[in-house]
Design a binder for this molecule. Structure first.
Ligand SMILES: NC(=O)c1ccc[n+]([C@@H]2O[C@H](COP(=O)([O-])OP(=O)(O)OC[C@H]3O[C@@H](n4cnc5c(N)ncnc54)[C@H](O)[C@@H]3O)[C@@H](O)[C@H]2O)c1
Ligand SMILES: [Zn+2]
Length: 361
């Protein structure tokens, strides 16, 4: 088993990564949370596959657990769904000592974390990530929240889980396109923080896609390690944490302009990472050769690298509306070399627009 600690004082917690061990969820959480009511929150897809096993594992330890199944998909990541969770908790007398268990991808994790952050001013929650995206990114770091009709993740809270419990064998049932989407974030960690890790991905992309479980465990561990380190240093994104947004400035704009339907998050991030690399080349801080290496990894991961059917001007406009952008200039996390990123507040709009034009067909 791989074990990591997210160091945040009295809110510190472990990330446990192993394979084929969902049946041990109950044993593992028993000592960490109060012996009060537990609610597993999942979506229909994940629930059908793993709901019973998770529930049985808790009940086998005499834990008082129930399960609530939400419809899957980003469209349900909203306040109405959170209210459904509150209703359940109130109706069945869940008190301050109770615990939520998020069993699912990033959508379930973000919704459940937010419900836990706000129900009775905060109850415990545990992340059991089931998608690659959730295992390498969304389950770690405590960003929780839901979408508003006018924007993604606009309502939320920083609220850390008590434990992240990862079983890599669950990835076997994940659809290939969802797996790819998670791979984009994996690539991101290499570029922003670890050149050796980027090389490992370059070497092993095909084995990763094939689902080599042992290798995946190591890769997930390294991603979590990087995220944990960054979050421990800057939990609320006043500085360093912004490097995790590499690829996300353009990525979010593309997702929003296509109403979150055309691109999965990671697919949009892949395009955004290439855009950022090219902007960095124009800013004379990153090399053409390194951009080629990024391009190659992205294409080998079957991720998109070109923007279709969108007007670069619209992407620019959208980025300026994004909460992470400032008005005249655009704020970007840009690579200075593979393994190192800088946050720039003053990337000229013209450079960004020129790059976007070269990427649009
Ligand atoms: N909080 C954060 O720091 C953070 C970071 C990154 C992404 N996110 C959020 O995460 C969300 C995206 O997460 P996602 O990509 O996991 O999407 P998702 O939760 O929608 O999961 C993708 C699909 O895969 C299915 N699925 C999940 N695990 C499965 C498994 N093991 N087997 C079969 N099917 C499975 C789900 O039912 C869903 O249909 C977005 O809302 C994004 O904003 C949050
Ligand atoms: Zn992301």
């Amino acid at each position: 088993m791989e074990k990591l600690r997210v160091k945040l004082g009295d809110r510190s917690y472990d990330i446990l990564i192993s394979t084929n061990w969902l049946s041990q969820l109950g044993k593992t959480v028993k000592g960490i949370i109060p012996r009060e009511k537990i609610l597993i929150v999942t979506d229909d897809r994940v629930g059908n596959l793993y709901g019973d096993e998770a529930l049985e594992s808790l009940r086998a330890e005499d834990l008082n657990a129930e399960i609530m199944v939400l419809p899957h998909g980003e469209d349900n990541k909203n306040l109405a769904t959170v209210e459904r969770i509150y209703n359940f908790l109130v109706e069945y007398n869940y008190a301050r000592g109770s615990t939520l268990v998020a069993l699912g991808g990033g959508v379930v994790g973000d919704i459940t974390g937010f419900a836990a952050a706000t129900y009775m001013r905060g109850i415990n929650y545990i992340q059991v990530p089931t998608s690659l995206m959730a295992m390498v990114d969304s389950s770690v770091g405590g960003k929780t929240g839901v979408n508003h009709p006018l924007g993604k993740n606009l309502i939320g809270s920083f609220y850390q889980p008590k434990l992240v419990f990862t079983d890599t064998v669950l990835l076997e049932t994940l659809a290939p396109e969802e797996f790819r989407s998670g791979m984009a974030e994996v690539i991101k960690y290499g570029i922003i923080r670890d050149a050796d890790f980027f090389e490992l991905i370059e070497d092993k992309m095909e084995s990763l896609i094939k689902g080599d479980v042992e290798l995946l465990g190591k890769v997930i561990r390294r991603c979590c390690e990087i995220k944990a380190e960054v979050v421990s240093a800057d939990e609320r994104e006043s500085g360093l944490r912004a490097i995790l947004n590499f690829g996300h400035t353009v990525g979010h704009a593309i997702e929003a302009l296509t109403n979150y339907r055309k691109y999965r998050h990671g697919e949009a991030v892949a395009i955004g990472m290439l855009a950022a690399a090219r902007i960095a080349v124009q800013m004379k801080m990153f090399s053409e050769m390194e951009t080629q290496r990024l391009w190659k990894v992205i294409t080998r991961g079957n991720l998109p690298y070109q923007i279709s059917n969108l007007d670069p001007e619209d992407i620019m406009e959208r980025m300026k509306k994004d909460k992470k952008a400032r008005m005249e200039y655009v704020r970007f996390a840009l690579p200075s070399r593979i393994g190192e990123t800088e946050i720039l507040d003053d990337v000229p709009g013209e450079i960004v627009l020129e790059v976007l034009k070269t990427m649009t067909d």
